[in-house]
Design a protein around this ligand. Structure first.
Ligand code: GDP
Ligand code: MG
Length: 605
C-alpha cells in the first residue's frame, strides 16, 4: 500500500453537523468509493443499523485513502470518532491516533455543546485543528456570524476557516488540501521495538475480534507474536491490513500507519480501547493516559425464555465491547446478566443491536447509576438497587450515600433559557450559571446562551435528553463530563404485590421525588398486572413506610363462565390455553405475573 507521506486525522463535530457526509465526499473524491449519482450519500462509515436510524455514529470507523498532491502520493487515514458524550473516552482515544482534526461546524446551527467538548479534547491532545463551516448551501446558513462565533469561542483565526457544502461538494477539495498542507506527519521509527496503539475494535463472526491500531514504532505483520500491556495476554497475528474503506489485507503496517489486525482474540471484552500492543519479549512503555472504560449506567438483562440464558450470555460477552457483564438472578425474572454501560445511548444501542442481530427477546430493567454507600469502616459501590441497604433503618449503620454527578452544559437560543432552567431545577440542578455565546444577528436569529450546572447522573439517564429537545423545540444541545460524587438523600423504594417485594422493580429515589415516583409506578403496575382470583394490594414502600397504594380487584373465579352453554370443546380449549399461559407466568408470592407485564412495566417511561 503506497505511503510516501502520511496524514492521520479525524473529523470532529456536534451530531448532525455533517461528519459522515463529509467523510463520504472525501472517500469519493479520492476514488476510495464510487460516486453516487443519485441520492445524498450512502454514509459508508456509519455501519450499524441503529446508527443509520438515529443518524449518529456510535462506533469509530476508519478509512484510508490515497490522494495525489504536490506530485506525491499521500496516504490519508481518516479516523471517524463517535459523536456522543457516552463515548467521550473513545473520542479521546481515537484522537490520540491523529495529528490533526477537521472541526466541522454547521453554518446554520453554529457552535453546539459537543463542538465545544470535542474542540477541547483535540486541543488538549495538541492536534492541528482545521476549522470548517459546513452546509453553506442552506439558505439559513450564516457563515459570517458563525465564523465570528468560532473566533470568540475558540480563538480561531477567521483566515483559517474553510467554507464548504458536503451536499453539493463545494469546497471539499480544499479540505483535502488543508489536511495535506496543515497537518504534520506522524513520527515513528521503523527500527524501534513494535508499539501499536489500539483505538477501536470490531467484532467479526468468523475471525473474532478485529482491532484497529495506529503503529507508533516498528513494523507489524502476519505471524508476529504480540502481547497487551494492559491484560498481559499473548496473541498471534493472523492478518494485517488497511480499511479501504472495507478491510484490505496488506503485507505489513509501518510506523505512522493506521490499520487493522486480526489475531486469535475471541471476545470483545479482551480488546481494551487505549491499550498498547508490543512484541512478546520486547516490552515497551504503554501510551499514556490509559483507563479502562468506566460503566456509568447499569441494568439487568433477562431472556424472556429462561432457556435462552446461556445463548444470551455468550453473545453478549463475545460481541459487545465496553459492556461489563456479571451474572444476576432475580426471583421475578430468573437468571440474567447485570450489564454496565458507558451511558444511556450506549445502553439503547446495545439493546437494539441485541434484538436485531441475535433475535433474542429480552427484558431490560430500569437503568441505575453506581452509588457509594459509606459505612463507618468501609465504602461499598452499589449498582443494583436490590443490594441497596435500608437507610431508614438505623441498624444498617449507613453514614451517608453518595451519587455520581456531572458538569453539564446546554447551549440554547436565549428565549428558551427560562424553560431550560426550569427543566434543570426539576432534575435537582445546582451551581446554575449562564452566559452569552454571541449577541445574535441583526436579522431574526436570537442570541445563543450557554447554561452550565451540576446534575446528578441518575437524573439524566432516563428521559432528560428527550425533554430537553422537546422543551426547546429541538434547539438545545447538551453535553456533560464526569463531576465526581456528591452526598445525597437517597433511599431504596420497593414495590409490593400482596405484601411481597418484586426484586426486579426496586429503585433508588431521592427524598424529594418519593411521592411522585411511588404514585406513578403503582399506577403503572395497576394498569399492566392482570387481575387475579383474589384482591391484590399494590404498594410502594420506603423502608417500612408505605408511600403509595392501589388495589387490584379480584376477577371472577371461572374463566369459562362467560362462554355460552354446551360448547364443551371450546371450553376445553380455553382451559388448555390457560394452562399454556401459566407456564410463562412468574409467581411473586401468591400473585401470577406474565412476563409480558414486566415488558410493559419496564419498556414505558
Ligand atoms: P453527522 O451526524 O455529523 O455524521 O451528520 P451527517 O453527515 O449524518 O449529516 C446530518 C444531516 O445533514 C444529513 O441529513 C445530511 O444529509 C445533512 N447534510 C450534511 N452535510 C450537508 C451539507 O453540506 N448541506 C446540506 N444541505 N445538508 C447536509
Ligand atoms: Mg454520522
Amino acid at each position: 500500500f503506497p505511503c510516501e507521506v502520511i496524514r492521520n486525522f479525524s473529523i470532529i463535530a456536534h451530531i448532525d453537523h455533517g461528519k459522515s457526509t463529509l467523510a463520504d465526499r472525501l472517500l469519493e473524491l479520492t476514488g476510495t468509493i464510487e460516486t453516487k449519482s443519485t441520492g445524498l450519500n450512502q454514509q459508508v462509515l456509519d455501519k450499524l443499523k441503529v446508527e443509520r436510524e438515529r443518524g449518529i455514529t456510535v462506533k469509530a470507523q476508519t478509512a484510508s485513502m490515497i490522494y495525489m498532491a504536490h506530485g506525491k502520493q499521500h496516504l490519508l487515514n481518516l479516523i471517524d470518532t463517535p459523536g456522543h458524550v457516552d463515548f467521550a473516552w473513545e473520542v479521546s482515544r481515537s484522537m490520540a491516533a491523529c495529528q490533526g482534526a477537521v472541526l466541522l461546524v454547521d453554518a446554520s446551527q453554529g457552535v453546539q455543546a459537543q463542538s465545544i467538548s470535542v474542540f477541547h479534547v483535540a486541543k488538549e491532545r495538541g492536534l492541528k485543528i482545521i476549522p470548517v463551516l459546513s452546509k453553506i448551501d442552506l439558505p439559513a446558513s450564516q457563515p459570517e456570524r458563525i465564523a465570528a462565533q468560532l473566533q470568540s469561542t475558540f480563538g480561531i483565526d477567521p483566515s483559517e476557516i474553510l467554507y464548504i457544502s458536503a451536499k453539493t461538494g463545494k469546497g471539499v477539495e480544499g479540505v483535502l488540501q488543508a489536511i495535506v498542507d496543515r497537518i504534520p506527519s506522524p513520527s515513528g521509527n521503523t527500527h524501534s521495538p513494535l508499539k501499536a496503539f489500539m483505538f477501536d475494535s470490531l467484532y467479526d463472526r468468523y475471525r473474532g475480534v478485529i482491532s484497529l491500531v495506529s503503529i507508533q514504532d516498528g513494523i507489524i505483520q502476519k505471524g508476529d507474536k504480540i502481547a497487551s500491556c494492559y491484560t498481559r495476554r499473548k496473541y498471534e497475528i493472523t492478518e494485517v491490513g488497511v480499511m479501504h474503506p472495507e478491510e484490505m489485507p496488506t503485507s505489513s503496517l509501518q510506523p505512522g500507519q493506521v490499520g487493522y489486525i486480526a489475531c486469535n482474540m475471541k471476545e470483545s471484552s479482551e480488546a481494551h480501547i487505549g491499550d498498547t500492543l508490543h512484541r512478546v519479549g520486547v516490552p515497551v512503555d504503554p501510551m499514556p493516559g490509559f483507563q479502562p472504560s468506566k460503566a456509568m449506567v447499569y441494568a439487568g438483562v433477562f431472556p424472556v425464555d429462561s432457556n435462552d440464558f446461556i445463548k444470551l450470555e455468550e453473545s453478549i460477552k463475545r460481541a459487545y465491547r465496553s459492556v461489563t457483564v456479571q451474572r444476576e438472578s432475580s426471583t421475578a425474572l430468573g437468571q440474567g446478566c447485570r450489564l454496565g454501560f458507558l451511558g444511556t445511548l450506549h445502553m439503547d444501542v446495545f439493546r437494539q443491536r441485541l434484538e436485531d442481530e441475535y433475535d433474542a427477546s429480552i427484558i431490560i430493567t430500569a437503568p441505575t447509576v453506581p452509588y457509594k454507600v459509606v459505612y463507618k469502616d468501609r465504602t461499598v459501590m452499589i449498582s443494583n438497587p436490590t443490594e441497596f441497604p435500608d437507610t431508614s433503618d438505623t441498624a444498617s449503620q449507613v453514614k451517608v450515600v453518595q451519587e455520581p454527578v456531572v458538569n453539564a452544559s446546554i447551549i440554547v437560543p436565549e428565549e428558551y433559557l427560562g424553560e431550560m432552567m426550569t427543566l434543570c431545577f426539576a432534575h435537582r440542578a445546582e451551581n446554575l450559571d449562564h452566559r452569552y455565546l454571541d449577541s445574535g444577528s441583526t436579522s431574526e436569529a436570537s442570541a445563543r446562551t450557554i447554561l452550565t450546572c451540576t446534575l446528578p447522573l441518575s437524573e439524566i439517564v432516563t428521559d432528560f435528553f428527550d425533554q430537553l429537545k422537546s422543551r426547546s423545540s429541538g434547539y438545545a444541545s447538551f453535553d456533560y463530563e464526569d463531576g465526581g460524587y456528591q452526598t445525597s438523600d437517597l433511599s431504596k423504594m420497593v414495590f409490593l404485590l400482596n405484601g411481597k417485594p418484586v426484586d426486579a422493580l426496586a429503585l433508588i429515589v431521592h427524598r424529594s421525588a418519593q411521592q411522585e415516583v411511588g404514585r406513578k409506578w403503582v399506577q403503572k403496575l395497576h394498569k399492566v398486572i392482570p387481575r387475579q382470583l383474589f384482591e391484590v394490594p399494590i404498594q410502594a414502600a420506603v423502608g417500612k413506610k408505605i408511600i403509595a397504594r392501589e388495589t387490584l380487584s379480584a376477577m371472577r373465579a371461572d374463566v369459562t363462565a362467560g362462554l355460552y352453554g354446551g360448547h364443551y370443546e371450546r371450553k376445553l380449549k380455553h382451559l388448555e390455553n390457560q394452562k399454556e399461559s401459566k407456564r410463562k407466568m412468574k409467581r411473586i408470592g401468591s400473585v401470577d405475573l406474565p412476563q409480558e407485564a414486566f415488558f410493559n412495566i419496564l419498556s414505558t417511561k
